[in-house]
Design a protein around this ligand. Structure first.
Ligand SMILES: [Zn+2]
Length: 361
């Protein structure tokens, strides 16, 4: 299979600052990578990009990926200058302490902070085995008073923080290491699909919507789907990998095993005809893929498939180890497979197939 992932693009999008509601930097990086394709934004910073050869008043296929990442918002500052935080997106408490985070202060400068942890020297036996509470974890920007936090560092309630991680790629293993692969790798994939198809004429109109605020309840995609009224949607996602804790022959989100086709999760039962179509296209084009039946979790598909009129929606996953923590590993080959399958589906979609999948479109 052709190498399609642009690693510099993956790096730039992954490194971009952008917790839910504060995605502007990530959206700017995406917009600047579109090779001149026209883009416009709505009030939520959702970014819309159409394929210029395919804006002909035909049924619309919407491509989706979300631009936000999990992070925190500062709620208040203690007398000793520590930042009380509330999560933006789903965090597990024991993954948070003893890491570095980046904030943008009120002057727009970057400030580094450490998530607090109690040294072993001071922990009682009961504390060592007790679960952590979110309220007990604060950010320490390295000051000793509220006055220093606000006056020296420009910190205040309402600022947001994200993991302090820089992208890297190991050529020997083919794995990327970085933050926010859920869903910045999906964003990179959608950009590559647009680049690959920008001069082709397809059987349907195509608009990509890079949506915001997925991690706080699939919010941006509610607006994008309502605005676009698509006949069909394809979501690219960074989905949690299970290969480190599942028997190898039972893993459904394994690195280097190809793009994941999701049958169900907590937010959507995928359209059976669309799933079958995607699998057939993958097989015909020799694109590595794996099928997943998830018990929980949710994606923008959960919002999009319920948009007015109903939208057959396909979720294609790029497996990410350690999703919703500081660090993720993903395979460049799985990004390649997600791009290849999305392009192949768009090329294979005929008016007849679209009518079968969505008779009311
Ligand atoms: Zn996601």
């Amino acid at each position: 299979m052709k190498k399609m992932a642009d690693l510099e693009l993956c790096a730039a999008i992954s490194d971009a600052f952008g917790p839910s509601g504060y995605e502007k930097e990530a959206v700017d990086v995406i917009e600047s990578s579109l090779g001149g394709l026209a883009a416009h934004r709505d009030s939520m910073q959702n970014l819309y990009v159409s394929l210029p050869q395919n804006v002909g008043g035909r049924p619309l296929v919407m491509l989706d990926a979300h631009t936000d990442e999990v992070g925190f918002m500062v709620q208040s500052i203690t007398a000793t200058g520590l930042l009380r935080i509330v999560p933006l997106g789903g965090w597990v408490e024991h993954n948070i302490p003893a890491h570095t985070f980046l904030l943008h202060n009120r002057r727009g400068e970057t400030v580094r902070a450490v998530s607090t942890s109690k040294p072993p020297h001071f922990m009682t036996a009961a504390e060592r085995s007790a679960p952590l509470s979110m309220e007990s974890i604060l950010l320490d920007a390295g000051v000793c008073s509220r006055k220093d936090a606000t006056e020296l560092l420009g910190l205040e309630p309402g600022l947001v923080a994200v993991p302090d991680v820089q992208f890297s790629y190991n050529d020997a293993t083919g794995l990327m290491l970085g933050k926010a692969f859920d869903c910045r790798l999906g964003c990179a994939g959608v950009v590559e699909v647009l680049r690959a198809l920008k001069d082709e004429t397809l059987c349907a109109d195509v608009t990509a919507a890079f949506s915001t605020q997925e991690e706080v309840g699939l919010r941006g995609a509610k607006i994008t789907a309502e605005r676009l009224r698509p006949a069909l949607a394809i979501c690219l996602e960074g989905t949690p990998a299970d290969d480190n804790f599942t028997a190898p022959d039972e893993a459904q989100g394994a690195l280097k095993k190809g793009v994941q086709i999701r049958f169900r999760d907590g937010s959507m039962v995928a359209h059976p005809g669309l799933v079958a179509f995607a699998r057939r296209v993958a097989e015909e084009n020799n694109i590595p893929h794996q099928c997943a039946v998830r018990t929980g979790g949710g994606t923008n598909g959960g919002s999009i498939h319920l948009a007015p009129g109903g939208v057959p929606t396909l979720v294609l996953g790029i497996p990410v180890r350690y999703a919703h923590t500081h660090y993720g590993y993903s395979a460049a080959a799985d990004v390649d497979a997600a791009i290849a399958l999305t392009c192949a589906i768009l090329r294979a979609l005929t008016p007849d197939v679209l009518r079968l999948l969505n008779p009311m479109a």
